[in-house]
Design a protein around this ligand. Structure first.
Ligand code: PLP
Length: 392
């Protein structure tokens, strides 16, 4: 069976050039970059070249990049690093209600440790309102952390404005750019962020490698103590091969980001037009004009998203659901709930996320599979049959 992968926001395939770049560092280039002999220095060279490429992707200086074990770790370092660095503890942090768990659960943890956190609401398409940030600021606010692009609906936040509000008040600003870096142009200078998290496996690099941009002069407490790696900000021998892979993935992304963006956007929009023509009672979650070019989040009324997902997978189409199974119960996504999507509709939601290698042929193959599966599931749904009988 041919498999069609439409889940690139979950992860991406590792680019063949990335694998090629990594292999020497798993073989003869195995040295420890902290060693002074030739083996160590060769590894160090690979590490520092990768740092330059990763920094270039976001318009940063190499010394402003701290390599971590994931995007999640980068956000932990950013948020806890600021909060723990504050003398006397406490403090106030502003975030949004639609963050990835990599930020949301860190905020819940610092709340348990005595920090006060404000979770900003979002509008119908998942946008925060800058005025809400202004209103939430207090004399105690030490950090604002807002995601650049949402992983579920793709909505891109007004980060420049949010960062300006923070700067005007002398408050640090962090953004989780795990979904945006490499997909749309990301430049730390124009965004105005002090801290920015991103991750290799979302941009055709390996899993288990992330990075935190730390603007020069930003106070940050380390979370992992040990050796002096990463300018004392993250101890532990670096994952050299993974970082080299991140470097190559970043340089490929830097070259492609502008051109691919438009190609992906038109393929994604074509997909939406096609399924809207074929399937009734569906809604778009978010706003395509303000979203990542590869992301499409669709609610199929009278359909259970998990059943749809599983049935699509059986036919070779991989997507992602708008709900998650938590302790046996299907919980609608916190993002959709925050956007005011009714929980029943949220449960019938799927996310399709396209990638660089996605073709029009794959989309043309997916549309009839999706259409037939939705029809088949609805034919078994008493709710749907009742609604249609009642003329709804
Ligand atoms: N932040 C966002 C917005 C994400 O989409 C993800 C991954 O899905 C993460 C953070 C976590 O990144 P990582 O898998 O590298 O820990």
């Amino acid at each position: 069976m041919r498999r069609i992968y439409l889940d690139h926001n979950a992860t991406t395939p590792v680019h063949p050039e990335v694998i090629e770049a990594m292999l020497p560092y798993l073989r003869e280039g195995f040295g420890n970059p902290s060693s002074i002999h030739a083996f160590g220095q060769a590894a160090k060279k690979g590490l520092e070249e990768a740092r330059e490429e990763v920094a270039r992707l976001i318009g940063a200086q190499p010394e402003e990049i701290v390599f971590t074990g994931s995007g999640t770790e980068a956000s932990n370092l950013a948020i806890k690093g600021v909060v723990y660095g504050r003398r006397g503890g406490g403090g106030h942090v502003i975030t949004s209600s639609i963050e990835h768990p990599a930020v949301l659960n860190v905020c819940r943890q610092i709340e348990r440790e005595g920090c006060h956190v404000t979770y900003l609401p979002v509008d119908r398409v998942g946008l925060i309102r800058p005025d809400d940030i202004r209103r939430a600021m207090t004399g105690e606010t030490i950090l604002i952390t807002l995601m650049h692009a949402n992983n579920e609906v793709g909505t891109i936040q007004p980060i420049e404005e949010a960062a300006r509000i923070a700067r005007d008040q002398g408050v640090l600003f962090h953004t989780d750019a795990v979904q945006s870096a490499g997909k749309i142009p990301v430049d730390v200078g124009s965004l105005g962020a002090d801290l920015l998290s991103f991750s290799a496996h979302k941009v055709y690099g390996p899993k288990g490698v992330g990075a935190l941009f730390v603007r020069r002069g930003t106070p940050l407490r380390a979370l992992i103590h040990g050796g002096h790696q990463e300018q004392d900000r993250r101890a532990g021998t670096e994952n050299v091969a993974g970082i080299v892979g991140f470097g190559r993935a970043a340089s490929l992304a830097s070259r492609m980001v502008t051109g691919k963006q438009e190609e992906l956007r038109s393929l994604r929009d074509y997909f939406w037009v096609k399924i809207r023509q074929e399937i009734d009672d569906i809604h778009l979650n978010g706003d395509l004009a303000r979203a990542l070019p590869n992301t499409l989040n669709v609610a199929f009324e009278y359909v259970d998203g998990e059943s749809l997902l599983i049935n699509l997978d059986l036919q070779g189409v991989a997507a992602s659901a708008g709900s998650a199974c938590t302790s046996g119960a299907l919980e609608p996504s916190h993002v959709l709930v925050a956007m005011g999507v009714p929980s029943w509709t949220a449960r019938g939601t799927l996310r399709f996320s396209l990638g660089r290698e996605t073709t029009k042929e794959e989309i043309d193959e997916t549309v009839p599979i999706l259409t037939d599966t939705v029809k088949r599931l609805r034919a078994m749904s008493p709710l749907y049959l009742d609604a249609k009988r009642g003329g709804r």
